[in-house]
Design a protein around this ligand. Structure first.
Ligand code: HEM
Length: 140
């Protein structure tokens, strides 16, 4: 019976994964909410979209820092002997995506042209989604 093999995650692991997933929800989900709100923000007048972006940055960067801290905690909690080659490949790709996501978001905030802002924003959003997908594959 399937039900008899299911168990609950131990308390400390629950906290570790809860913090990691909550930070991922703010970092990844926030970027898509910002994208959805952009047309409305532009109707509110000059500078409204920029103000909104600066307010989001005050939430998203602490979330990114929490992702890195809890990500390192994840690594320490998992025994290296139990990781397959496939796991290590997905982890390496995920780390490249995390770097691209952070770098893309940083350059997005500093871009001077509309094209640069859009390009770096798309890179940050796509890399963040792929990092999230990699994370789900690692936890599986
Ligand atoms: C954009 C940044 C990141 C996102 C969106 C992200 C997202 C996720 C998600 C959604 C999970 C699945 C959790 C679950 O289903 O329980 C996960 C797991 C994991 N993440 Fe991340 N993560 C990020 C950054 C990092 C970093 C920087 C590291 C390492 C330094 C890391 C290491 C891990 C590991 C090892 C797991 C597996 C945890 C386990 O099986 O207990 N993550 N991640």
């Amino acid at each position: 019976m399937l039900a008899s093999t299911l168990t609950l995650t131990p308390g400390v692991d629950t906290l570790r994964l809860f913090l990691h997933v909550t930070a991922a929800a703010v970092w990844v989900g926030g970027q898509f909410v910002m994208l959805g709100l952009l047309p409305t923000a532009r109707q509110l007048g000059d500078g409204a979209a920029q103000k909104l972006a600066r307010a989001f940055a005050r939430l998203s960067w602490p979330a990114f820092a929490l992702l890195v801290i809890t990500g390192a905690w994840n690594m320490m909690a998992l025994q290296s002997s139990t990781k397959s080659t496939g796991w290590n490949v997905v982890f390496s790709i995920k780390m490249v995506m995390v770097i691209l996501a952070g770098l893309g978001a940083w350059l997005h905030g500093r871009a001077k042209s509309k094209g640069g802002t859009a390009a770096w924003g798309s890179i940050a959003g796509t890399a963040s989604l792929l990092a999230l997908l990699g994370g789900v594959m690692l936890a599986g």
